[in-house]
Design a protein around this ligand. Structure first.
Ligand SMILES: Nc1ncnc2c1ncn2[C@@H]1O[C@H](COP(=O)(O)OP(=O)(O)OP(=O)(O)O)[C@@H](O)[C@H]1O
Ligand SMILES: [Zn+2]
Length: 687
């Protein structure tokens, strides 16, 4: 008898190919089985999705092609995994095949059954997850209460709202230990925004549970490493998967606990391909597999905060810092009353000098890399625009280049103005390189306790490109080899620094007045998280300070920052969002178009909007006019978008599903000639 497996293969987002293709097989194949099947002239990896009794209508028996190979050394992907992938594809408006195959480690696509069998030689039994009892700490009362609440009968997702330095990591560790101890096949998934930023977290998990039990999954691993880790998770040998957003798709048959650390971090939302939110998928996955979900943050996203206000999530609060230390005191510097052009105001500079002389460390946050965001000629008005983008190229002084941070276009800095020949072209504005350079000079008279000169270092995407360099820089800071660290937001995240007592944000004002409705939320989180790096050693915390240089000291955001009152800040923001009908009180999706001309991009969007008249649920959604993106052109591609909004998530979903085939038709319209691609972004993070 012949079988008719429906197989999912990698298909581009809008190929129009149905969810699964029918093949023929001599033997019955369980859903979730990995196979290799012919597709055109190639042979590709596929996943058996279901088994049909007969060939699909219209396909003559003789036309069907046979499954080429069955990778049956691997246990089939379970129903929960297939459900997760199917949900993600539907919800984020992508092809099932695209999402399903992208969720598998890349090398799996190339292996034949015998090669795969060789990789699987290692024993597939669960690692013991030896908990080293000595490394587990005695919990504080708040930590103990959070842990109890986590294992209580109520299975709603939990939001661990714990101040910076309140010991959330220990709750993750002991929550994991309990989960694994309760069931020898249980597994835990720990998601982090960016793995390189948290080498400490990985080290703590490995120290506590043993190397065998823990695997990592992130895009920085080699294909072979990723395959090995994926197999360990899929076969149940690995008990703990520690990974970035892509790890939310790991096959974890024994999943009982999902932790999303720093759940507010925007990097949980993918910005290309299927634009999924790993945090939101973690919630869905928890329900699906009956696993506990724990979201942790000192500055939760307003979405999660709102859910905890409504009781959909359980809020577990840990307000106190470990050791009873206090949160840093806010020192606002009113830049209206400082010497003109001062990069670092004199009182801030003096405070830094005092700290350094005492052997303490300072962090200086400036969210711009390079030396200056623009180079300009004051004689003729020339500016260092990028020829390919609607953006300025950034001046990098160290290698004397002008670099576009959007398309990468790089040139040597011209000796004279390219337009008028004027010789003194000047940097406008400031970036990390400039702050680093100037601080060294400004602090030249200060001495460290050992009499040596002050050591200033910089940490941003430029200094951490080489593999291992980020770890090395963090290690130098921990070892006290650096007195002042200048950097972008990456210095503000998650690090457990012990000797930092002063954190300074030198020019955060732009975010106060940005058009994006999420800008205040992000700025508040950034400042609170940055400040949270100071005074983590209770012995020094009394003197810890967060300095903010601002031209707008009266801004209400700072009042809440002063009292460390996230709850008050959040309730103010939520009230504004509710009044304005913004998320989480409304649900949004963006239709984005890339084209050779702005007209073509907008023409496609307008045609797509016009073609919605007869779609179901049209009345439940609002479509806004097409607009260019803030940075309208990148690498010679014109970009535009159209916002779709609805008070009902379900209605928005149904509308988007019905719209998808219409979008494919609009792509072929004459006025959309020049369209390069389009994509739907559900629950976009920025508009
Ligand atoms: N019960 C405990 N007893 C002693 N020290 C602890 C305990 N729990 C945590 N710590 C220590 O307290 C410090 C802060 O903990 P942790 O880094 O987990 O904070 P956090 O809540 O994650 O903060 P952040 O949000 O700023 O990352 C760490 O050095 C940790 O080792
Ligand atoms: Zn460019």
């Amino acid at each position: 008898m012949c079988h008719w497996p429906a197989v999912v293969v990698a298909t581009p987002a809008h190929s129009g190919v149905g969810d699964a293709l029918s093949y023929r097989s001599e033997r019955a194949l369980a859903p979730g089985t990995l196979v290799r099947v012919p597709l055109g002239a190639r042979e590709v990896l596929g996943i058996v999705w279901r088994n049909d009794d007969a060939p699909p209508e219209g396909l003559a028996e003789g036309q069907a092609r046979d499954v080429a190979q069955v990778l049956d050394a691997l246990p089939p992907l379970d129903a929960a995994w297939r459900d997760l992938v199917g949900f993600a594809a539907r919800y984020y408006q992508r092809a099932l095949g695209e999402v399903a195959l992208a969720a598998l480690p890349p090398p799996l696509r190339e292996l034949d059954p015998s090669q795969l069998a060789r990789r699987l030689k290692r024993p597939a039994r669960a690692a013991p997850a030896a908990v080293d009892p000595d490394s587990a700490r005695a919990l504080t009362p708040e930590q103990a209460a959070a842990l109890e609440a986590l294992s209580a009968a109520d299975t709603a997702p939990a939001l661990l709202f714990g101040a910076t330095g309140s010991g959330k990591t220990e709750v993750y560790l002991q929550g994991t230990a309990r989960t694994l101890a309760a069931d020898p096949s249980a597994q835990a998934l720990i998601l982090v925004p960016e793995i390189n930023l948290t080498p400490q977290l990985e080290a703590r998990f490995r120290a506590r549970f043993g190397d065998e039990a823990v695997v990592c999954l992130h895009s920085g691993m080699t294909p072979a490493q990723r395959l090995a880790a994926w197999i360990a998770a899929h076969t149940g040998r690995a008990r703990i998967v520690l990974g970035t957003r892509l790890a939310v798709f790991a096959s974890l048959p024994g999943l009982r606990l999902v932790v999303v650390d720093e759940e507010h971090d925007p990097s949980y939302k993918s910005q290309d391909g299927a634009r999924y939110s790993a945090r939101d998928l973690a919630i869905y996955r928890g329900k699906l597999q009956n696993a506990r979900v724990l979201l942790g943050s000192a500055t939760p996203s307003l979405e999660s905060w709102h859910a905890s206000e409504q009781g959909r999530y359980r809020r577990l609060a840990m307000a106190a810092r470990i050791g009873g230390g206090s949160l840093p005191r806010l020192r606002l510097v009113d830049m209206n009353h400082q010497p003109k052009g001062a990069l670092i105001a004199p009182p801030l500079l003096a405070a830094m000098g005092e700290r350094i002389a005492r052997g303490e460390q300072c962090l200086v946050l400036i969210n711009r890399r390079g030396y200056a965001p623009v180079l300009a000629c004051h004689a003729c008005g020339w500016k260092s625009g990028c020829p390919h983008c609607s953006a300025y190229r950034v001046f990098h002084k160290l290698d004397r280049t002008l670099r576009c941070h959007h398309c990468g276009f790089t040139q040597r800095v011209p000796r004279a103005c390219p337009d008028c020949g004027n010789l003194d072209i000047e940097p406008v504005g400031r970036g990390t390189e400039q702050v680093e350079e100037q601080l060294a000079g400004l602090l030249a008279d200060v001495k460290r306790p050992d009499g040596g000169p002050v050591r200033v270092a910089r940490m941003d995407a430029d200094t951490t490109k080489a593999k291992g360099s980020l770890e090395a820089q963090l290690a130098a800071l921990h070892a006290g080899e650096v007195d002042v660290l200048v950097g972008t937001q990456m210095i503000a995240k998650g690090h457990d620094f012990r000797r930092i007592t002063l954190v300074a944000a030198v020019q955060p004002d732009a975010a106060l007045f940005a058009a994006d409705h999420r800008a205040p939320e992000r700025l508040f989180a950034l400042l609170m998280q940055a400040g949270g790096r100071a005074g983590r050693d209770a012995a020094h915390s009394g003197a810890a300070e967060l300095w903010v240089q601002t031209w707008n000291p009266e801004h209400p955001l700072f009042a809440h920052l002063r009292t460390h009152d996230f709850a008050a800040f959040a309730s103010g923001e939520l009230a504004e969002r509710e009044a304005a009908g913004m998320p989480p009180f409304a649900h949004q999706a963006l239709l984005r178009a890339d084209a050779r001309t702005q007209e073509a991009a907008q023409a496609f969007l307008n045609a797509a909007a016009a073609a919605t008249q007869d779609l179901p649920h049209r009345e439940a959604v609002t479509l806004f006019p097409a607009v260019p993106l803030t940075i309208q052109r990148v690498a010679n591609v014109e970009r535009a978008q159209l916002l779709v909004e609805s008070p009902s998530r379900a209605a928005l979903q149904r509308f988007l599903a019905a719209w998808q085939p219409v979008l494919l038709q609009c792509r072929g319209l004459p006025e959309a000639r020049g369209l390069i691609r389009f994509a739907v972004d559900v629950d976009p993070l920025s508009l």
